[in-house]
Write a protein that binds this ligand. Structure first.
Ligand SMILES: [Zn+2]
Ligand SMILES: [Zn+2]
Length: 145
């Protein structure tokens, strides 16, 4: 099975669109309390790419910068200021990375997603009502600490 080399995605209102070339490095499922708030859900699901794999096709991408109270480093969250969708993150700690919020992809059946390394991080603050499978990698905090 061949996966198409180009993938596309964007926000709910379509003001922000992006194009991705190549496959994600992995998927990070983050159970930190900040991701719970920014997504309004139990965790954030981020596909991790090298920055040059992702091209944003709109100049209207908004950024919210959050400074971690633990590390003091910044994390930029890209979002749409019309519909409020989360689009992805860049981190001071790992400058080569652009993550993409998994739900913003157009093709949720993209074959490259099936075999990805899945890392559940910050499981120390996972919600009791969200079950984590036993057969996945789990980290109390981040694997990069
Ligand atoms: Zn939008
Ligand atoms: Zn998080």
């Amino acid at each position: 099975m061949e996966s198409p080399s180009l993938q596309e995605g964007g926000c709910v209102c379509k003001k922000i669109r992006y194009r991705i070339s190549g496959s994600p490095l992995r998927v990070t499922i983050c159970h930190c309390t900040w991701c719970q708030r920014r997504t309004g859900s139990a965790f954030g699901v981020e596909l991790v790419f090298e920055k040059d794999q992702v091209v944003f096709q709109s100049d209207s991408v908004s950024v919210y910068r959050r400074i971690s109270d633990e590390s003091g480093r910044w994390l930029d969250q890209k979002f749409c200021n019309t519909c409020g969708s989360n689009i992805g993150l860049t981190l001071e700690a790992v400058p080569s990375i652009q993550s993409i919020s998994a739900g913003s992809l157009d093709d949720q059946n993209w074959s490259a997603l099936a075999g990805l390394d899945r890392r559940h991080v910050f499981v120390r603050s996972a919600r009791q009502w969200s079950a984590i499978p036993d057969d996945v990698e789990q980290f109390e905090q981040h694997f990069r600490v």
